[in-house]
Design a binder for this molecule. Structure first.
Ligand SMILES: [Zn+2]
Length: 186
């Protein structure tokens, strides 16, 4: 595991400058998504509450500028996919296999950050008219996540998870989200 890196300041402000005005279509999709929120689409899992992840990352990495999406765990555990973002519907779904006490908090945070960047950047048109999601700008912003390298390493060594999931709450004190919040306060 490499040590957690601080956010480089110039990049941080560049990103923050961009996020000050959420795109109108994102705001509209958010309203539509909120109306569709049903009792089976709750962000609270058995181990992790995704709403808490969204709130902290939105404050620290997006200056609170992202509108609230529908956030949910997948109904079934997926084999490989970590998460999905439906940009037009403003829905973020994380693989329920990550709601597991064996998965570090920073990994859930890293996946959430990736999906939140999709909300932020939206869909771009590629040179051949195709849809592009992971543009160079997207990849650059992704690397600003403080634990980016550590998350990549953990996923390389541990994903996909094998064996029975540990569905028990993790002790919350001293966790990665707390560390992120402190960066915001400091
Ligand atoms: Zn993606």
């Amino acid at each position: 595991m490499s040590p957690v890196r601080p956010i480089p300041d110039p990049f941080q402000f560049e990103l923050f400058g961009l996020i000050a005005e959420p795109k109108p279509e994102v705001v509209e999709a958010q309203k539509n998504g909120q109306r569709r929120r049903g009792p089976r689409h709750q962000p609270k899992g058995e181990v992790y509450d995704l709403q808490v992840f969204f709130d902290v990352i939105n404050q620290v990495m997006f200056k609170g500028g992202l509108p609230q999406p529908v956030i949910r765990w997948s109904r079934n555990r997926w084999r490989y996919t970590l998460g999905l973002c439906e940009v037009e519907r403003c829905v973020v779904t994380l693989n329920d296999a990550l709601d597991d006490a064996r998965v570090p908090e920073m990994v859930v945070a890293g996946v959430m950050h990736h999906e939140m960047l999709h909300l932020y950047f939206g869909v771009s048109e590629g040179p051949n008219g195709g849809r592009r999601y992971h543009t160079p700008e997207f990849r650059a912003a992704e690397k600003m996540f403080p634990a980016y390298t550590s998350v990549e390493e953990w996923l390389r060594d541990n994903w996909p998870m094998r064996g029975r999931p540990a569905k028990k709450p993790r002790p919350s004190s001293g966790g990665f989200l707390q560390y992120l919040s402190m960066m915001h306060a400091g």
